[in-house]
Write a protein that binds this ligand. Structure first.
Ligand code: NOJ
Ligand code: CA
Length: 710
């Protein structure tokens, strides 16, 4: 008997020291998992036979409880292969393939009589893994004080980063080596809640490029009931470690088994465009929880919005009242420039109807703006009381009579307790007047005071709102939330988020440098669509206020291209209607461009430099192409080999004029029509900070006359 036990022990120890290996379906990726000498879970990852992640440890420190980081033995390993497809309610492609190999490792911590599981999924473009905690006598409630997941890099990679900030993602990107990251040096101008957690702390999604030309994207998927994961860089050893956003009492996560963490993802390719094409984040999210998705419809919209961001124009406030209680209407000074007036909104509805836009966002329609002064005040808005000059009943009826819907605005001022108190009544009001979409906003420090935008409590709040809106057939666009992690698969009514530095910054700050839009799709957009608000035609703020130095950092043509390169099922035509009236020919592209797609081709891309994407409109033969560049002029080389063969298409090219330049001469463009087929290749010059947009439709014989073939 003794002999037998010894034998068993030997086998057991051997299993523990041996690594467990998993390959991706195409065998390009290899994952190795093992326990080190003290029983710490350790993994490494190779791509095309080269190490991408060196042996990296995994685990957790807990509050007043033994840690979950060592003393483990492997008690079970299960393998599984999945190859299936699913159709998103909306998206960049009609059908998504989920093909991965899975390894589920069970680890026992004998001394504590606890176990955890780590589930690995290896796709052809990268890895996802998460921790799973089953319900068990010695692991019921616990608090995570630190997640210790490491990503040990093989070199001092070039990285595109923004500071790790608990409350904001509204930064432009800095490109440095990992060892040179310094979050304290970044310009923190913004909406008032900026602050880095460590000089060597960065936000995810983090994009890196290795010296041998690999692109590595580090992120997470399905962030539910857990704080966002940021990264702390050990700048000597080039080891990245997860750093969770804390809550008001300094804990990272309150856990109750059974529970899982979000997926940690490492997407890798030697082609930058593969990173953009990856569907791994979506595949790691749960299928839609919304049974009837008929109310969900991608759309373009306009809004009483840009007029409040540009200088010298409209205001959100109806009156100025620096110290007043909500519902007290003793306003001391009415503001003639209040934007959301019935007559203004009516004009916007007319414009939307005339030009085929489905939605009109109206901000500043409700009381509260008159005393929102950054005092961390709780009762700022009630979300149900219109200002006296906004006729909510009339305007909704008028909009509906024209086939348009108003989009509700719930700026919460980050007073989330207050929002949750009023949300049912707010939804009731929306239902009463027929709103089916809402834009939420979280500008300011969070209430409950001490919670963070990206902490566990807020992560749960955003999801609660998405669920509540879904239950009421309402679509959602969230500004200033935690950055998305693919949850739009589970809640497809959650059309878009801001969670990055949008176009609005160009109206009132140093703005977004021309490279910004070439980086966002590789970083922030990895988790989901962004409400970037493109389409600004009047580029310089000097137009509204002499001497104002702010400007959009692109050419006009690049603003058009963004409708294709910056994927979102919800796209705003953000400029003032009167500015579109002045450029009806260019505006035609915004009117035509689709917001939902059957197919997408990522034609050329390099983060920080350029992106060119072609997309096929949903249930249509029409294609749209967008190409953008950073501050450098370039020639985009656009193939058409994805078009139907033997068919000519009319391509309308909205390009930069020869003398265009984002700074010196941003508003000059040139529109031409040509014929292309699947063998054509277009060489198109992009100005510094410039771009090109194309719309393609099949040509009839008649239409082909007089057009040049390329
Ligand atoms: C910031 C949002 O990003 C912007 O779109 C909105 O207009 C303001 N907050 C006011 O809510
Ligand atoms: Ca914002």
């Amino acid at each position: 008997m003794r002999k037998f036990t010894t034998l068993l022990l030997v086998v057991f120890t051997t299993i523990n020291m041996m690594s467990q290996t998993l390959y991706s379906p195409d065998k390009n990726f290899r994952l190795d998992f093992s326990l080190n000498s003290v029983g710490t879970p350790t993994y490494s990852l190779t791509y095309k036979n080269q190490t991408v992640v060196k042996p990296s440890s995994m685990g957790f420190d807990l509050y007043k409880a033994p840690s979950l980081k060592s003393g483990f033995s492997i008690t079970n390993t299960e393998y599984k292969t999945v190859d299936e497809t699913w159709d998103p309610v909306w998206g960049e492609v009609k059908t998504i393939r989920d093909n991965h190999n899975e390894m589920l490792v069970t680890l026992e911590q004998k001394a504590e009589q606890r176990s955890i599981k780590i589930r690995f999924r290896l796709f052809d473009d990268g890895l996802g893994f998460r921790y799973e905690f089953d319900k068990q006598p010695n692991l019921n409630y616990f608090r995570i004080t630190d997640e210790l997941t490491q990503f040990a890099m093989t070199g001092d990679h070039k990285t595109f980063w923004i500071p790790g900030d608990y409350d904001s993602n509204e930064y432009f990107y800095t490109t440095t080596k990992l060892s040179e990251v310094d979050a304290s040096k970044v310009d923190g101008t913004g909406i008032g809640t900026h602050g880095y957690f460590a000089k060597n702390g960065v936000q995810t999604p983090l994009l890196m490029k290795t010296d041998n030309g690999f692109y590595i994207s580090l992120f997470e998927a399905a962030l539910v009931d857990y704080p966002a994961m940021q990264i702390l860089i050990d700048q000597k050893n080039l080891i990245l470690t997860s750093s969770l956003v804390p809550d008001a009492v300094g804990t990272k996560a309150f856990m109750q088994t059974p529970q899982t963490t979000p997926w940690r993802t490492i997407i890798v390719s030697d082609k930058a465009s593969d990173i953009l094409a990856s569907k791994t984040i979506l595949n790691l999210n749960e299928p839609s929880k919304i049974k009837n998705t008929d109310f969900i419809h991608p759309q373009k919209f306009i809004g009483v919005w840009w007029a409040m961001h540009i200088p010298n124009h409209w205001s959100w406030d109806y009156a100025h009242a620096p110290n007043i209680r909500l519902k007290d209407t003793d306003w001391n000074a009415l503001l003639p420039q209040h934007g959301a007036k019935t007559e203004n909104v009516k004009r916007y509805i007319d414009f939307a109807a005339e030009n085929g836009f489905q939605g009109v966002l109206v901000e500043g329609w409700n009381i509260g703006w008159e005393d929102w002064s950054g005092n961390w005040k709780e009762d700022v808005f009630d979300f149900v009381t219109p200002y006296p000059d906004f006729d909510i009943k009339y305007l909704n009826e008028y909009a509906h009579s024209k086939g348009v819907k108003l989009i509700m605005h719930h700026e919460t001022s980050a007073s989330v307790t207050n929002y949750e108190r009023h949300i049912d009544k707010a939804i009731e009001l929306m239902k009463k007047y027929g709103y089916d979409a809402v834009k939420t906003g979280y500008v300011g420090w969070i209430i409950p005071r001490g919670e963070k935008h990206d902490g566990q409590w807020m992560v749960n709040h955003y999801i609660r709102v998405a669920e509540k809106m879904a239950a009421n057939s309402i679509m959602l666009d969230a500004h200033e939330p935690v950055r998305p992690t693919g949850l739009h698969r589970t809640y497809p009514n959650w059309l878009a988020c801001e969670a990055a530095r949008g176009n609005e910054f160009n109206a009132w700050s140093a703005g977004n440098p021309p490279e910004h839009e070439t980086i966002l799709p590789f970083t922030r957009l990895m988790g989901g669509p962004m409400d970037y608000t493109p389409g600004i035609f009047e580029i310089k703020m000097d137009y509204y206020q002499k001497g104002n130095p702010c400007q959009v950092h692109t050419t006009l043509a690049k603003q058009l291209a963004l409708y294709v390169t910056m994927y979102s099922p919800l796209q705003m035509a953000a400029d003032l209607p009167e500015n579109y009236e002045k450029h009806k020919d260019a505006f035609q592209f915004i009117k035509d461009v689709a917001v939902d797609w059957d197919d997408t081709k990522y034609l050329e891309a390099e983060p920080g430099d350029y992106i060119t994407i072609a997309r096929k409109a949903k249930n249509s033969d029409n294609w749209f192409i967008g190409g953008i560049t950073d501050e450098n002029a370039r020639t985009a080389v656009i193939p058409f080999n994805y078009l139907d063969e033997k068919t000519w298409y009319i391509a309308t090219i909205y390009g930069d004029a020869p003398d265009a330049d984002w700074k010196a001469n941003p508003m000059v463009y040139k529109i031409q029509k040509v014929l292309v087929n699947s063998k054509s290749v277009l060489k198109q010059k992009l100005a510094p900070g410039g771009g090109v947009a194309l719309s393609l439709k099949k040509a009839t014989k008649d239409e082909m006359k007089d057009l040049k073939k390329i």
